[in-house]
Design a protein around this ligand. Structure first.
Ligand code: SF4
Ligand code: SF4
Length: 361
């Protein structure tokens, strides 16, 4: 595996007009101690990244549309040859915003939809009217032919709506639907009791496999459910079929379950470079150290790329190269990011073999 930065999420502000139950950065409208960086600082960061790599750069937040200069940043990134994307909660999208998205040549917009109806979505997003805002944004994107994808986050609170949300997202004309199983960081720590339990998690991933296999219109993928890659291999083998994945042409290619610090990373509003959006540990600060040096030399990233350093089941698993387990979830739930994925029930072949041997001896 080549470890090159293919996809970078960039927290352009920590401010947000919503306060979702699972927010990784615990965003609020006013954030003390984590101010937005300036446009000049943004340009310096883009220059630094573009001098080394040409990843997809996702302008994220908080809510990026709260920044008055967000399209200046986007335009600058596009001009430096980066493929710019925008992640928004949709509530601030207007006709004018759509024109600016097009002018800045933003390649894709991502939105979140966590319920098939206003009651569920607004409850999850802690904001009456959030569902209506997302629907209005989608209508505008369709009118302006702006491609968009939808992320949906699940806990036991909204899991029963998974098939309906998928259906709705398809009908709304999204390019892709990404089903996300919450990693308990930021405000997500408060919903630890709501996390989908391990047994059900497997069932949901198997449902996803059956649907994805038949799906021809929309691209779909569970994000940050790395053992889906193990399940796909197992199921395809059982079914005696080849499973061909379709990918967005500017995504990471979906070559492996967990890509944290391997193909992706997050740059937070303070310039800290983290392995991914849910992994609150810094590999270095981009305002002090060139991105290339952080990417190639940080001890954290090098550890994450050394699959032989993973522990327990993940460490001895024959699927570690295609899955790897969620390092952020391991970190959040055990304090050790190299520990085994807490939500995978798989017993690796070596372990099964060992226990059979000890039973027979
Ligand atoms: S550690 Fe990996 S699987 Fe977990 S949230 Fe980050 S990228 Fe996703
Ligand atoms: S044991 Fe770890 S590497 Fe193996 S399938 Fe489970 S999460 Fe993935």
């Amino acid at each position: 595996m080549e470890f090159e930065p293919k996809w970078i999420a960039w927290e352009t502000t920590r401010r947000c007009n919503l306060s979702c139950v699972h927010c990784r950065s615990s965003s609020e409208l006013e954030i003390q101690g984590h101010p937005d960086f300036t446009l000049d600082q943004a340009k310096t960061i883009i220059d630094d990244i573009a001098s080394y790599a040409s990843p997809v750069l996702v302008l994220s937040g908080g809510e990026p549309l709260l920044r008055p200069d967000i399209f200046d940043i986007a335009r600058y990134g596009t001009d430096q040859g980066l493929r710019m994307c925008l992640a928004t909660n949709g509530t601030l999208v207007t006709e004018e915003i759509c024109h600016q998205i097009k002018e800045a040549q933003i390649k894709m917009v991502s939105l979140s939809l966590d319920g098939a109806n206003a009651a569920t979505h607004d409850n999850f997003r802690n904001q009456p009217g959030a569902f209506a805002g997302t629907m209005r944004a989608i209508e505008l994107f369709n009118r302006h032919q702006i491609p968009f994808l939808v992320n949906s986050s699940f806990t036991v609170r909204n899991k029963d709506e998974i098939p309906q949300i998928f259906q709705l997202v398809k009908e709304l004309g999204a390019v892709a639907w990404y089903m996300f199983m919450i990693v308990p960081t930021g405000r997500g720590e408060d919903v630890v009791d709501e996390l989908i339990p391990e047994s059900l998690y497997n069932e949901i991933l198997e449902w996803h496999y059956r649907v994805e296999k038949e799906e021809t219109k929309i691209l779909m993928r569970p994000t940050c459910a790395p053992h889906y890659y193990r399940i796909v291999r197992q199921k395809a083998k059982e079914d005696g079929e080849r499973f061909t994945r379709r990918n967005l042409n500017f995504s990471t290619g979906g070559s492996k379950g967990c890509l944290a610090g391997q193909l992706i990373c997050l740059i937070d509003v303070d310039g800290e470079v983290l392995p991914c959006s849910y992994f609150p540990k810094s590999a270095g600060n981009i305002n002090q150290v060139p991105f290339k040096k952080i990417w190639e030399e940080s001890e954290l990233f090098l550890q994450l790329r050394d699959f032989s350093s993973y522990k327990d089941n993940c460490g001895r698993c024959e699927y570690v190269n295609v899955c790897g387990g969620c390092r952020a979830r391991a970190y959040a739930m055990t304090g050790d990011y190299l520990a085994q994925e807490p939500f995978c029930s798989y017993q690796p072949a070596t372990r099964r073999h060992l226990s059979q041997t000890s039973q027979h001896s």
